[in-house]
Design a protein around this ligand. Structure first.
Ligand code: SF4
Length: 149
C-alpha cells in the first residue's frame, strides 16, 4: 500500500515537473531563439511545471535544435548519456526533425533521430513558442497517462 502510494507520488511529481535542457547540434539559431522566447516570463511555462535546466544530470527532457553535424555528434550523445532515466528527447524544428535545409550537406548526418531515440517531433522553421509549448504538453500527457495532473 505504502509502496504503491510512493510510486504514484513519484509518477505524479515526474509528470508535473519536466526540467528541460536545450542543445544546439548545428542550427542556424532561429529555433534556439524561439526556445529562449518560450522560457521567458511572457509564456510562463513554469505554471506547467516546465523549468529550464543547465545540467544534463538534472534534466528530464532534452530539447534539440538543428541538424546533427559530424562535429556535434559526440557532444550530443555525451549530454544524452549523462541524463538520468527516465528521459525524453524532443526534436524542435525541421532541421532536428530531418536535417531540414541542411540535409545532404557533407558535414551533416541528418536529424536528431540519427543519433538519439526521439520521443516527439515539433516541425516548423522556426518553431513558434506556442508549438513548443503544445509539444511539451503533449509529451507530458504521454508520460504516465493514467496519472492525474
Ligand atoms: S528549422 Fe529553420 S530556424 Fe530552425 S534551425 Fe533549421 S533553418 Fe534554422
Amino acid at each position: 500500500m505504502i509502496k504503491n502510494f510512493i510510486g504514484n507520488l513519484y509518477r505524479w511529481a515526474q509528470k508535473n515537473s519536466l526540467w528541460v535542457m536545450h542543445f544546439n547540434s548545428g542550427s542556424c539559431n532561429g529555433c534556439d531563439i524561439e526556445i529562449l522566447d518560450t522560457l521567458t516570463p511572457r509564456y510562463d511555462v513554469e505554471r506547467l511545471g516546465i523549468v529550464a535546466e543547465a545540467s544534463p544530470r538534472h534534466a528530464d527532457v532534452l530539447l534539440c535544435t538543428g541538424p546533427v553535424t559530424r562535429q556535434s555528434r559526440d557532444a550530443l550523445w555525451q549530454i544524452y548519456s549523462q541524463m538520468p532515466e527516465p528521459k525524453w528527447v524532443v526534436a524542435v524544428g525541421s532541421c532536428s526533425n530531418t536535417g531540414g535545409v541542411f540535409h545532404g550537406s557533407d558535414t551533416v548526418l541528418g536529424g536528431v533521430d540519427e543519433i538519439l531515440p526521439v520521443d516527439l517531433y515539433i516541425p516548423g522553421c522556426p518553431c513558434r513558442p506556442e508549438a513548443i509549448i503544445e509539444g511539451l504538453i503533449a509529451l507530458r500527457e504521454r508520460i504516465y497517462p493514467n496519472v492525474r495532473k
